[in-house]
Design a protein around this ligand. Sequence first.
Ligand code: RIB
Ligand code: CA
Length: 316
Amino acid sequence: MDTNKKIPVILDGDPGHDDAIAWVLAKACNEFDIKAITTVAGNQTLDKVTYNARRIAALLKIDIEVARGRKVPLLSDLIIAPNFHGESGLDGPELPEPNHEESELSAVEMMAKVLKESKEKVIIVATGPLSNVAALLLSHPELKEKIEIISIMGGGLRNGNWTPAAEFNILVDPEAAYTVFHSGLPLQMSSLDVTEKALVYPEEFDIIRNLNNPVAKVVAEWFDFFFIHVKSLGHKGATLHDPCAIMSLIHPEIFTIKDYYVDVELSGNYTRGTTVADYLGRTGNKPNCKCVVGLNRDKFVQLLIDACKQYEGWKI
Ligand code: RIB
Ligand code: CA
Protein backbone atom coordinates (compact mmCIF):
# COMPACT_ATOMS: atom_id res chain seq x y z
CA MET A 1 0.00 0.00 0.00
CA ASP A 2 1.38 3.46 -0.91
CA THR A 3 2.34 4.92 2.45
CA ASN A 4 3.02 8.35 0.97
CA LYS A 5 -0.61 9.40 0.95
CA LYS A 6 -3.66 8.59 3.04
CA ILE A 7 -6.32 6.50 1.37
CA PRO A 8 -9.98 7.45 1.90
CA VAL A 9 -11.82 4.76 3.82
CA ILE A 10 -15.40 4.09 4.90
CA LEU A 11 -15.82 2.04 8.10
CA ASP A 12 -19.09 0.09 8.11
CA GLY A 13 -19.80 -2.09 11.12
CA ASP A 14 -21.90 -3.28 14.03
CA PRO A 15 -19.82 -2.32 17.11
CA GLY A 16 -19.25 -4.74 18.74
CA HIS A 17 -15.97 -5.07 20.64
CA ASP A 18 -13.91 -6.25 17.72
CA ASP A 19 -15.36 -3.63 15.35
CA ALA A 20 -14.34 -1.04 17.94
CA ILE A 21 -10.77 -2.36 18.11
CA ALA A 22 -10.62 -2.41 14.31
CA TRP A 23 -11.54 1.28 14.33
CA VAL A 24 -8.85 1.98 16.97
CA LEU A 25 -6.39 0.49 14.48
CA ALA A 26 -7.82 2.43 11.51
CA LYS A 27 -7.51 5.72 13.37
CA ALA A 28 -3.98 4.96 14.60
CA CYS A 29 -2.48 3.91 11.27
CA ASN A 30 -1.11 6.51 8.85
CA GLU A 31 -2.54 4.87 5.77
CA PHE A 32 -6.19 5.79 6.18
CA ASP A 33 -8.25 8.96 5.97
CA ILE A 34 -11.53 7.99 7.65
CA LYS A 35 -14.24 9.62 5.56
CA ALA A 36 -17.34 7.98 7.07
CA ILE A 37 -18.53 5.65 9.78
CA THR A 38 -21.75 3.80 8.99
CA THR A 39 -23.64 1.33 11.15
CA VAL A 40 -25.59 -1.81 10.44
CA ALA A 41 -27.67 -4.01 12.74
CA GLY A 42 -25.84 -7.18 13.70
CA ASN A 43 -24.11 -7.65 17.03
CA GLN A 44 -26.91 -5.57 18.49
CA THR A 45 -29.88 -3.55 17.22
CA LEU A 46 -29.25 -0.61 14.95
CA ASP A 47 -30.01 1.90 17.71
CA LYS A 48 -27.45 0.30 20.03
CA VAL A 49 -24.64 -0.16 17.51
CA THR A 50 -25.16 3.41 16.25
CA TYR A 51 -24.92 4.82 19.78
CA ASN A 52 -21.80 2.69 20.28
CA ALA A 53 -20.27 3.94 17.03
CA ARG A 54 -20.86 7.57 18.05
CA ARG A 55 -19.17 6.93 21.42
CA ILE A 56 -16.21 5.21 19.75
CA ALA A 57 -15.88 8.19 17.39
CA ALA A 58 -15.83 10.50 20.44
CA LEU A 59 -13.20 8.34 22.17
CA LEU A 60 -10.98 8.31 19.06
CA LYS A 61 -11.63 11.97 18.18
CA ILE A 62 -12.94 11.01 14.75
CA ASP A 63 -14.79 14.20 13.96
CA ILE A 64 -17.54 12.95 11.71
CA GLU A 65 -21.26 12.28 12.06
CA VAL A 66 -22.10 8.59 12.14
CA ALA A 67 -24.70 7.54 9.57
CA ARG A 68 -27.05 4.73 10.47
CA GLY A 69 -27.88 2.06 7.93
CA ARG A 70 -30.10 -0.97 7.72
CA LYS A 71 -32.13 -1.94 10.74
CA VAL A 72 -32.78 -5.38 9.30
CA PRO A 73 -31.15 -7.62 6.68
CA LEU A 74 -32.32 -7.46 3.04
CA LEU A 75 -34.57 -10.48 3.40
CA SER A 76 -33.81 -12.35 6.64
CA ASP A 77 -34.91 -11.63 10.18
CA LEU A 78 -32.23 -9.97 12.28
CA ILE A 79 -29.99 -12.10 14.51
CA ILE A 80 -28.12 -10.31 17.29
CA ALA A 81 -25.21 -11.50 19.48
CA PRO A 82 -25.66 -10.28 23.08
CA ASN A 83 -23.87 -13.42 24.28
CA PHE A 84 -20.64 -12.02 22.82
CA HIS A 85 -21.12 -8.27 23.12
CA GLY A 86 -23.63 -7.79 25.94
CA GLU A 87 -26.95 -5.95 26.12
CA SER A 88 -25.42 -2.65 24.98
CA GLY A 89 -23.44 -4.31 22.22
CA LEU A 90 -20.26 -2.88 23.75
CA ASP A 91 -20.41 -3.90 27.42
CA GLY A 92 -17.39 -3.27 29.63
CA PRO A 93 -15.58 0.06 29.96
CA GLU A 94 -17.16 3.46 30.36
CA LEU A 95 -16.97 5.49 27.14
CA PRO A 96 -17.41 9.20 26.47
CA GLU A 97 -20.83 10.32 25.37
CA PRO A 98 -21.18 11.15 21.65
CA ASN A 99 -19.88 14.62 20.77
CA HIS A 100 -21.47 14.77 17.33
CA GLU A 101 -25.09 14.46 16.29
CA GLU A 102 -26.00 11.51 14.15
CA SER A 103 -25.89 12.30 10.43
CA GLU A 104 -29.19 13.15 8.74
CA LEU A 105 -27.98 11.00 5.86
CA SER A 106 -28.57 7.26 5.82
CA ALA A 107 -25.55 4.98 5.58
CA VAL A 108 -26.13 4.44 1.86
CA GLU A 109 -26.54 8.19 1.25
CA MET A 110 -23.36 8.87 3.24
CA MET A 111 -21.38 6.16 1.41
CA ALA A 112 -22.63 7.48 -1.95
CA LYS A 113 -21.69 11.06 -0.98
CA VAL A 114 -18.15 10.02 -0.01
CA LEU A 115 -17.71 8.02 -3.21
CA LYS A 116 -19.04 10.83 -5.40
CA GLU A 117 -16.90 13.52 -3.74
CA SER A 118 -13.64 11.57 -3.48
CA LYS A 119 -11.00 12.25 -6.10
CA GLU A 120 -9.37 8.87 -5.29
CA LYS A 121 -10.95 5.47 -5.15
CA VAL A 122 -12.28 4.61 -1.68
CA ILE A 123 -11.74 1.52 0.48
CA ILE A 124 -14.79 0.13 2.27
CA VAL A 125 -14.02 -1.90 5.41
CA ALA A 126 -17.10 -3.92 6.33
CA THR A 127 -16.96 -5.60 9.73
CA GLY A 128 -20.63 -6.43 10.17
CA PRO A 129 -23.38 -7.94 8.05
CA LEU A 130 -23.11 -6.67 4.45
CA SER A 131 -26.62 -5.18 4.34
CA ASN A 132 -25.45 -1.56 3.85
CA VAL A 133 -22.77 -2.43 1.32
CA ALA A 134 -25.22 -4.47 -0.74
CA ALA A 135 -27.83 -1.71 -0.55
CA LEU A 136 -25.20 0.78 -1.79
CA LEU A 137 -24.22 -1.43 -4.75
CA LEU A 138 -27.86 -2.08 -5.67
CA SER A 139 -28.91 1.57 -5.49
CA HIS A 140 -25.73 3.14 -6.90
CA PRO A 141 -24.16 0.76 -9.43
CA GLU A 142 -22.63 3.79 -11.13
CA LEU A 143 -20.44 4.36 -8.05
CA LYS A 144 -18.83 0.89 -8.12
CA GLU A 145 -15.94 2.33 -10.13
CA LYS A 146 -15.06 4.60 -7.18
CA ILE A 147 -14.48 1.62 -4.86
CA GLU A 148 -10.85 0.49 -4.57
CA ILE A 149 -11.62 -2.69 -2.62
CA ILE A 150 -14.13 -3.99 -0.09
CA SER A 151 -12.29 -5.55 2.86
CA ILE A 152 -14.68 -7.84 4.70
CA MET A 153 -14.54 -9.62 8.00
CA GLY A 154 -16.80 -12.56 7.40
CA GLY A 155 -17.19 -16.09 6.16
CA GLY A 156 -15.36 -19.30 6.82
CA LEU A 157 -13.88 -21.67 4.25
CA ARG A 158 -13.85 -24.63 6.58
CA ASN A 159 -16.37 -23.84 9.35
CA GLY A 160 -18.84 -21.39 10.75
CA ASN A 161 -19.23 -19.88 14.19
CA TRP A 162 -22.98 -19.25 14.41
CA THR A 163 -24.02 -22.47 12.72
CA PRO A 164 -21.54 -25.24 12.00
CA ALA A 165 -21.37 -23.97 8.41
CA ALA A 166 -21.98 -20.21 8.56
CA GLU A 167 -20.11 -17.28 10.11
CA PHE A 168 -22.25 -14.64 11.84
CA ASN A 169 -21.81 -11.64 9.51
CA ILE A 170 -22.64 -13.66 6.41
CA LEU A 171 -25.46 -15.61 8.07
CA VAL A 172 -27.23 -12.47 9.29
CA ASP A 173 -27.66 -11.33 5.68
CA PRO A 174 -26.74 -13.99 3.11
CA GLU A 175 -28.51 -12.17 0.26
CA ALA A 176 -26.43 -9.08 0.96
CA ALA A 177 -23.26 -11.17 0.98
CA TYR A 178 -24.30 -12.84 -2.29
CA THR A 179 -24.80 -9.39 -3.85
CA VAL A 180 -21.32 -8.28 -2.76
CA PHE A 181 -19.58 -11.48 -3.91
CA HIS A 182 -21.31 -11.17 -7.31
CA SER A 183 -20.55 -7.45 -7.68
CA GLY A 184 -17.36 -7.93 -9.66
CA LEU A 185 -15.57 -5.57 -7.25
CA PRO A 186 -12.15 -6.33 -5.72
CA LEU A 187 -12.81 -8.15 -2.45
CA GLN A 188 -10.64 -9.20 0.46
CA MET A 189 -12.23 -11.57 2.96
CA SER A 190 -10.77 -12.06 6.43
CA SER A 191 -12.68 -15.20 7.29
CA LEU A 192 -12.67 -17.33 10.42
CA ASP A 193 -9.78 -19.22 8.82
CA VAL A 194 -7.54 -16.33 9.85
CA THR A 195 -9.53 -14.61 12.59
CA GLU A 196 -9.75 -17.71 14.78
CA LYS A 197 -5.95 -17.79 14.62
CA ALA A 198 -5.73 -14.05 15.44
CA LEU A 199 -5.73 -14.85 19.15
CA VAL A 200 -4.81 -12.25 21.75
CA TYR A 201 -3.99 -13.77 25.13
CA PRO A 202 -4.92 -12.36 28.55
CA GLU A 203 -1.29 -11.54 29.34
CA GLU A 204 -1.32 -9.43 26.15
CA PHE A 205 -4.47 -7.65 27.30
CA ASP A 206 -2.33 -6.58 30.29
CA ILE A 207 0.52 -5.37 28.08
CA ILE A 208 -2.00 -3.10 26.36
CA ARG A 209 -3.54 -2.10 29.70
CA ASN A 210 -0.14 -1.12 31.05
CA LEU A 211 0.55 1.21 28.14
CA ASN A 212 -1.20 3.58 30.47
CA ASN A 213 -3.07 5.68 27.98
CA PRO A 214 -6.87 6.06 28.09
CA VAL A 215 -7.56 4.39 24.74
CA ALA A 216 -5.29 1.42 25.50
CA LYS A 217 -7.08 1.02 28.84
CA VAL A 218 -10.46 0.91 27.08
CA VAL A 219 -9.12 -1.60 24.53
CA ALA A 220 -7.86 -3.86 27.34
CA GLU A 221 -11.26 -3.69 29.04
CA TRP A 222 -13.01 -4.47 25.75
CA PHE A 223 -10.80 -7.57 25.59
CA ASP A 224 -11.68 -8.43 29.19
CA PHE A 225 -15.39 -8.46 28.39
CA PHE A 226 -15.20 -10.02 24.92
CA PHE A 227 -13.02 -12.89 26.19
CA ILE A 228 -15.61 -13.97 28.77
CA HIS A 229 -17.83 -15.70 26.20
CA VAL A 230 -15.03 -16.58 23.76
CA LYS A 231 -13.19 -18.42 26.58
CA SER A 232 -16.35 -20.36 27.39
CA LEU A 233 -16.23 -21.67 23.81
CA GLY A 234 -12.79 -23.12 24.46
CA HIS A 235 -10.55 -20.50 22.84
CA LYS A 236 -7.30 -19.81 24.72
CA GLY A 237 -7.31 -16.16 23.59
CA ALA A 238 -9.67 -13.52 22.24
CA THR A 239 -10.41 -14.27 18.56
CA LEU A 240 -9.81 -10.85 17.10
CA HIS A 241 -12.03 -11.00 14.02
CA ASP A 242 -12.66 -7.47 12.70
CA PRO A 243 -9.18 -5.97 13.09
CA CYS A 244 -7.97 -8.53 10.51
CA ALA A 245 -10.03 -6.66 7.89
CA ILE A 246 -7.95 -3.55 8.62
CA MET A 247 -4.57 -5.12 9.37
CA SER A 248 -4.60 -7.29 6.24
CA LEU A 249 -4.88 -4.11 4.16
CA ILE A 250 -2.03 -2.21 5.84
CA HIS A 251 0.25 -5.20 6.58
CA PRO A 252 -0.52 -7.94 4.03
CA GLU A 253 3.02 -9.24 4.52
CA ILE A 254 2.12 -10.83 7.87
CA PHE A 255 -0.85 -12.68 6.38
CA THR A 256 -1.39 -15.66 4.07
CA ILE A 257 -3.71 -14.53 1.29
CA LYS A 258 -5.04 -16.81 -1.46
CA ASP A 259 -7.10 -15.93 -4.55
CA TYR A 260 -10.20 -18.08 -4.72
CA TYR A 261 -13.64 -18.01 -6.33
CA VAL A 262 -16.05 -17.61 -3.41
CA ASP A 263 -19.83 -17.90 -3.52
CA VAL A 264 -22.52 -17.71 -0.85
CA GLU A 265 -25.01 -20.48 -0.12
CA LEU A 266 -28.53 -19.05 0.19
CA SER A 267 -30.53 -22.21 0.80
CA GLY A 268 -30.11 -25.35 2.83
CA ASN A 269 -31.38 -26.32 6.25
CA TYR A 270 -27.86 -26.48 7.61
CA THR A 271 -25.83 -24.52 5.06
CA ARG A 272 -27.54 -21.13 4.50
CA GLY A 273 -24.95 -18.37 4.86
CA THR A 274 -21.96 -20.60 4.10
CA THR A 275 -19.12 -19.05 2.07
CA VAL A 276 -17.89 -21.70 -0.32
CA ALA A 277 -14.40 -21.20 -1.76
CA ASP A 278 -13.38 -23.09 -4.85
CA TYR A 279 -9.91 -23.89 -3.52
CA LEU A 280 -9.85 -27.02 -5.70
CA GLY A 281 -10.36 -24.94 -8.85
CA ARG A 282 -13.23 -27.17 -9.94
CA THR A 283 -15.95 -24.60 -10.79
CA GLY A 284 -14.16 -23.03 -13.74
CA ASN A 285 -14.87 -19.61 -12.23
CA LYS A 286 -12.08 -17.05 -12.02
CA PRO A 287 -11.15 -16.04 -8.45
CA ASN A 288 -13.27 -13.12 -7.17
CA CYS A 289 -11.78 -12.73 -3.71
CA LYS A 290 -8.50 -12.43 -1.87
CA CYS A 291 -9.05 -14.88 0.97
CA VAL A 292 -7.03 -14.12 4.10
CA VAL A 293 -6.46 -17.55 5.61
CA GLY A 294 -3.45 -17.29 7.90
CA LEU A 295 -1.22 -14.87 9.80
CA ASN A 296 1.90 -14.41 11.88
CA ARG A 297 0.11 -14.02 15.21
CA ASP A 298 3.01 -12.60 17.14
CA LYS A 299 3.56 -9.84 14.55
CA PHE A 300 -0.20 -9.17 14.46
CA VAL A 301 -0.33 -8.65 18.22
CA GLN A 302 2.80 -6.50 18.19
CA LEU A 303 1.25 -4.27 15.52
CA LEU A 304 -1.90 -4.03 17.66
CA ILE A 305 0.18 -3.01 20.68
CA ASP A 306 2.10 -0.49 18.55
CA ALA A 307 -1.21 0.98 17.36
CA CYS A 308 -2.42 1.39 20.94
CA LYS A 309 0.85 3.21 21.78
CA GLN A 310 -0.17 5.90 19.27
CA TYR A 311 -2.69 7.13 21.85
CA GLU A 312 0.02 8.11 24.33
CA GLY A 313 -1.06 11.30 26.11
CA TRP A 314 -4.61 11.07 24.67
CA LYS A 315 -7.16 13.09 26.65
CA ILE A 316 -10.75 11.88 26.79
O1 RIB B 1 -18.15 -13.70 13.32
C1 RIB B 1 -17.47 -12.58 13.82
C2 RIB B 1 -18.13 -11.32 13.38
O2 RIB B 1 -19.44 -11.25 13.93
C3 RIB B 1 -17.42 -10.05 13.88
O3 RIB B 1 -17.61 -9.03 12.95
C4 RIB B 1 -18.15 -9.72 15.15
O4 RIB B 1 -18.12 -8.31 15.44
C5 RIB B 1 -19.55 -10.13 14.80
O5 RIB B 1 -20.14 -9.06 14.09
CA1 CA C 1 -18.50 -6.89 13.64
